[in-house]
Structures are given as C-alpha cells and as structure tokens.
Design a protein around this ligand. Structure first.
Ligand code: ZN
Length: 204
C-alpha cells in the first residue's frame, strides 16, 4: 500500500461528515443544477445518492494488498504469462466525479507465486471504487501485484471512456484513453511486451 492511499484513509477517518451532512450537500447540488429538491420526484434523491456513493466508493475501506495475501506455489511447473483480458472497470474521475467505463488487461509472469484469478479482478475493483485518474489507477494495480507476488514482470493496459470527455467539455463520444504500465521483464523485453499487446487484441 503506498503512502498516499494511507494518508487519504486517515484524513477520511478524521473528517468524515455525517450522513445527514452528505444528504444536505446533495440537496445543495440539486438546487445548483436549477431544480427544486423538495419536489416529489427528488425528495428521496439525497438519500439514494448517499447510498449509491457508499457502493461507488467502497474501495476506501478495503485493502488491495491483503486481497492478494493468499498465494499458491504449486503450479506444476507453469512458467508462462498469466493473462486476464477484458476485466470490466467502472470508476469515477477525481476531477469531475463522473464515470470512467472501460476494461483492463493484466498479465504477470510468475516467479514462484500465483494467486487466484478472481483476486486480481478484486484488486482492480477496490482501486476502481475510489476517486481516480486512469493513470494513477494503472500504477496502483501494477504496484500492488508487484508487491504481493514479486513476479518476474507485470503488464497492465486500461482502455476506458471518460464521461467527463464524452458528455461534457469537448464532447467527443468515441474517444478512448489507453494507459499502459510495464515492470520487470515486460519493461525490459520488447518481445514479451509484444506478446502482451497481442493478447490484448486476441479474440477467443
Ligand atoms: Zn474528469
């Protein structure tokens, strides 16, 4: 776990507003948008939004590193890439608090430890359920895998659409943002990196 995340969690504990305060803030935003928070259709909206936020941002209460603590060493001599393609990503951009939707592709080359596949998807989900930039999230996932599994190398690509670009601002609905990060042998060996890139395209 990097220090920045720890610090955020400490700040959160000290300064966390009450549910009532959070609902009041939603009411203020409804008024700011130009509507009447007391009309029938909106009267329960603050309650719903606050509840939705508990789901959207559940990742602040979860530790990604401990999710990968149960590892396996008996892999019958398997020594090639472990690759996960098209892991669904739903996160929120930290600049506008609107959704970033896309997929992640993750690979690692085991040194001696592997981990349950679903745990890797879980790690991605924990980071996604926080306010994010795509670049930060890409780094955090890679660093967590490196720390937990000490693999020979890790590769990650996130391919996502940012609603702050598609529905507002420059309004470019089809723009995808692609971020990649490589460590260990994936960073050193361009052939291995090409294999990763090829797997992200493969259809099966
Ligand atoms: Zn944004």
């Amino acid at each position: 776990m990097d220090m920045k995340v720890d610090k955020n969690q400490i700040d959160l504990d000290q300064e966390k507003p009450t549910r009532e305060e959070a609902m009041d803030a939603v009411k203020t935003l409804i008024s700011w948008a130009g509507d009447n928070p007391s009309r029938e259709g909106l009267i329960d909206t603050p309650k719903r939004v606050v509840k939705a936020y508990e789901e959207f941002f559940a990742g602040y209460n979860q530790d990604p590193l401990s999710t990968l603590s149960k590892t396996f060493e008996d892999v019958q001599g398997y020594d090639d890439i472990v690759f996960l393609r098209d892991i669904n990503i739903e996160t929120h951009c930290e600049h506008h608090m609107v959704p970033i939707l896309g997929v992640a592709h993750v690979a690692y080359l085991p040194r001696d430890k592997v981990v349950g596949i679903s745990k890797l998807a879980r790690v991605i989900d924990i980071f996604a359920k926080r306010l994010q930039t795509q670049e930060t999230m890409t780094m955090q996932i890679l660093e967590t895998i490196d720390q937990a599994l000490d693999p020979l190398g890790t590769a990650i690509m996130i391919d996502a659409k940012h609603q702050c670009m598609t529905t507002r601002g420059i309004s470019k609905p089809n723009v995808s943002t692609v971020t990649t990060k490589f460590s260990g042998l994936f960073a050193e060996d361009s052939e291995l990196r090409q294999r990763f890139m090829g797997l992200t395209q493969a259809k099966g």
